[in-house]
Design a protein around this ligand. Structure first.
Ligand code: SAM
Ligand code: DTB
Ligand code: SF4
Length: 335
């Protein structure tokens, strides 16, 4: 049956899903996952911080904001050679997508030209490419598209009504505008958020609602659990109940049935049993490799052993999108 891709979710409808009894929610999410994907397959992406720290923004979760004293060692933009070496190592370890992240508010054109070269070189190695460089103009998005970029990561991070409490140096509309530029040039979007920042269930619903009501569902939806870094304003936030995290994954799967839902930051602090629940809830992508951008991630050996124990296999290439119908605020069209 073709998937119905809805873009007309109300907050109440999302809350009704998040409020379901846990077994019912898991059953529904698992069924939708199986309808569109082989549930054994997990897409694996490796991250590299190509420019670390010294960021002028004030995101309350982020160790890379210059204004917080987190003891992070900043570094300038890596060379092309350093990046291709890391990409080759990621490929050899089994990653199929390589994501380059930079601690910028937005890239300078001279830096963007260097990143474009990196994208071309990684693409030529046969990996999918992703970049996360902050806000982009339409021209900058086009430069990345021409360089062979597959995905642009730009997260909405939280509900619109909470955004102003977490970040003061830009607003939600800035994020939506960059996403629109990225879509306009034909790049695929990777867009998700962070949970465990002290938000309510209603605000988690608000994040999911905004993601699913974008003009296109993001190709990848990273669901990050806050990594609490000493020195950031959110360090010391009350820990989110693990089942709430799993519920968020399950509802993302139900609302965006053809997207890759990524169990993202926070895995290093999760038990293997919790990660297994996330896969049952419909997560089918992870960040793979010892480091995220600046914080830790499980060892490659530990992830390989977990995959073996759970009978999971790395997804070779991204599964083609199944036939879908799209519903934009009540209007149904074939996609
Ligand atoms: N500077 C660019 C931007 O903010 O769009 C790109 C890099 S930024 C580090 C990419 C994403 O990492 C953020 O949008 C946020 O979702 C995630 N992130 C940053 N710090 C995090 C943390 N402590 N825990 C979980 N996710 C985090
Ligand atoms: C995403 O959603 N999570 C990744 C990636 N996109 C760029 C980043 C997680 C960062 C966690 C904190 C750190 O390592 O600095
Ligand atoms: Fe800068 Fe991105 Fe970190 Fe915000 S999340 S402080 S924009 S690197």
């Amino acid at each position: 049956m073709p998937a119905v891709l809805r873009h007309d979710w109300s907050r109440d409808q999302v809350m009704a899903l998040l409020d379901l009894p846990f077994p019912e929610l898991m059953q529904r999410a698992g069924a939708v996952h199986r309808e569109h994907f082989d549930p054994r397959e997990v897409q694996v992406s490796t991250l590299l911080s190509i420019k670390t720290g010294g960021c002028p923004e004030d995101c309350a979760y982020c160790p890379q904001a210059a204004r917080y004293d987190t003891g992070l060692k900043a570094h300038k933009l890596l060379s092309l050679e350093e990046v291709t070496q890391k990409a080759a190592a990621a490929k050899a370890a089994g990653a199929t997508r390589f994501c380059m992240g930079a601690a910028w508010r937005s890239p300078k054109d001279k830096d963007l030209a260097k990143v474009a070269e990196m994208v071309g070189a990684v693409r030529a190695m046969g990996m999918e490419t992703c970049a996360t460089l902050g806000m982009l103009s339409g021209e900058q998005a086009a430069v990345l598209k021409d360089a062979g970029l597959d995905y642009y990561n730009h997260n909405l991070d939280t509900a619109p009504e909470l955004y102003g409490d977490i970040i003061h140096t830009r607003d939600y509309q800035d994020r939506l505008d960059t996403l629109a530029q990225v879509r306009r040039v034909g790049l695929k979007t990777c867009c998700g958020g962070i949970v465990g920042m002290g938000e309510t269930r209603e605000q988690r619903a608000g994040l999911l609602q905004t993601l699913a009501n974008l003009p296109e569902h993001p190709g990848s939806v990273p669901i990050n659990r806050l990594v609490q870094v000493e020195g950031t304003p959110l360090h010391g936030t009350a820990l989110l109940d693990a089942f709430e995290f799993v519920r968020t994954i399950a509802v993302a799967r139900l609302m965006m049935p053809l997207s890759m839902v990524r169990l993202s930051a926070g895995r290093a602090e999760m038990s293997e049993e919790l990660q297994a629940l996330c896969f049952l809830a419909g997560a089918n992508s992870i960040f793979y490799g010892e480091k995220l951008l600046t914080t830790g991630n499980p060892d490659v050996e530990a992830d390989q052993a977990l995959f073996t124990r759970l009978g999971l296999v790395p997804m070779a290439v991204e599964a083609p999108a199944a036939a879908a119908r799209t519903v934009h605020a009540g209007v149904t069209c074939a996609a």
